[in-house]
Design a protein around this ligand. Structure first.
Ligand SMILES: [Zn+2]
Length: 367
């Protein structure tokens, strides 16, 4: 196993050396002192980093319209390849002009590989070096996804950043399993890089290797040697202690060249700490999910549940320190009323607020 990895790095080292000299035109590192600040320029659209991406699982951030996302300030969102492949299917979206047009979002879109959904949603799956076979969570139909197919789907969606298929080992797992999943992830990456990109589209490889620092670092080197545009760090925050997450992340970031964008997949807590460590991009369903349950994030004051009786006659805004659409226009009493009655608008208004807090907190670090 170790030989395979060593050969892999060796074979690609020459290519890596020549590529690392090229400054990427799609990502500019503006400052590397203290907080990393950068800027994407993809297909003429700009997104400043560090950035937080709201999750539009099925081509919609639940309960929030694209114009509301724009008003908050978001420049990039994430959509789920697997869910869109299931419904309505990439062919339909492609026929209707791609995902941007289909959902009427003119900002940037990153699509995940769908691998995480395969591993987390399906209770039946078989992974080989060629790809993964699993049953649809919708109708039980058998689906075979290869690294190439996953990218073909993302090409049809025409996302701006596409992610390679990877294999995320479960946690905890044996050292052997960590190594096996790393090798498979790299084999997938080798097949993925041969797929031709859509014009202007970027390809990100996924860093795996479990909790093993050395494997993580080898994975980074190997992916860079293939010439990926950026690195998505997967398989973290999967049940391990937060202190371990940070140690593994630090070891991973240590070997990524400064000009490469780094995206920490699916991690929605401790974001500020990870930004200080050098992560550029995040996504999480957390702010919108808790909003739909009435939970509001306050600037520097923790969280409140708006359904609480104590807000029944509270005329103050949700958060006095916030100037979002919700806080400018509605009282806690009204928002509580919407939640008590199960009105949809309550979920939308709280989602707008929570997303604003996340957006502004992260944006304050690059303004
Ligand atoms: Zn607000």
């Amino acid at each position: 196993m170790i030989m395979i990895r060593e050969n892999f790095v060796q074979e690609n080292m020459e290519k890596f050396s020549s590529q690392s000299k090229n400054c990427s035109s799609f990502f500019q590192l503006i400052s590397n002192k203290g907080i990393r600040q950068g800027q994407f320029n993809i297909r003429g659209k700009v997104a400043k980093t560090p950035l937080f991406m709201p999750v539009a699982t099925r081509g919609t951030v639940r309960g929030v319209s694209p114009s509301q996302l724009k008003e908050i300030g978001f420049e990039m969102i994430l959509a789920n390849t697997y869910h869109l492949h299931e419904r309505p299917g990439e062919e339909v979206i492609s026929k209707l002009g791609g995902l941007h047009r289909f959902m009427n979002w003119d900002g940037l879109i990153l699509t995940d590989s769908g691998g995480y959904q395969v591993f987390s949603l399906s209770n039946y799956r078989k992974v080989t070096d060629e790809g993964v076979v699993f049953r649809s969570v919708l109708d039980g139909k058998e689906i075979f996804l290869t690294p190439e197919k996953v990218l073909e789907i993302q090409k049809k969606l025409n996302s701006d950043i596409a992610i390679f298929l990877d294999e995320c080992p479960e946690y905890p797992c044996s050292a052997k399993r960590e190594e096996e999943s790393l090798i498979r992830t790299l084999k997938f990456a080798q097949s993925s890089i041969k797929v031709e990109k859509n014009p202007g589209q970027l390809f990100f490889g996924v860093v795996q290797g479990g909790m093993n620092f050395k494997l993580r670092q080898e994975c980074v080197h190997a992916l860079l040697s293939l010439g990926v545009d950026g690195l998505a760090i997967g398989g973290l925050s999967v049940g391990e202690e937060p202190s371990l997450t940070k140690e593994v992340l630090l070891a991973t970031l240590e070997v990524i060249p400064p000009d490469k964008p780094r995206y920490l997949m699916g991690v929605g807590s401790d974001i500020l700490e990870y930004i200080k460590m050098g992560v550029d991009m995040f996504d999480s369903v957390f702010p919108t999910r808790i909003a739909r349950h009435g939970s509001a994030i306050l600037y520097n004051k923790g969280r409140i549940n708006i359904s609480n009786k104590r807000f029944k006659e509270d005329e103050s805004p949700l958060d006095e320190d916030c100037d979002c659409y919700t806080c400018r226009n509605f009282s806690r009493a009204y928002l509580r009323h919407l939640f008590v009655c199960g009105e949809l608008l309550g979920k939308t208004l709280l989602s707008i607020h929570n997303l604003t807090v996340l957006y502004k907190t992260v944006r304050a670090l690059n303004s």
